[in-house]
Design a binder for this molecule. Structure first.
Ligand SMILES: [Zn+2]
Length: 45
């Protein structure tokens, strides 16, 4: 499961807790904590 601090590759990720969408534009982008709830685990969209 993609987590904050990882570089899971470009694509769309959804917070497992609140569903907020995070988009990574580059394969080198690091997944941030959820900007709404600060959760750290995501599901690939
Ligand atoms: Zn969240």
């Amino acid at each position: 499961m993609p987590s904050t601090g990882e570089q899971p590759g470009k694509g769309v990720y959804y917070c497992k807790k609140c569903g907020t969408r995070i988009v990574l534009d580059e394969d080198t982008d690091t997944l941030p904590p959820c900007e709404r709830c600060n959760h750290r685990e995501f599901e690939k969209g």
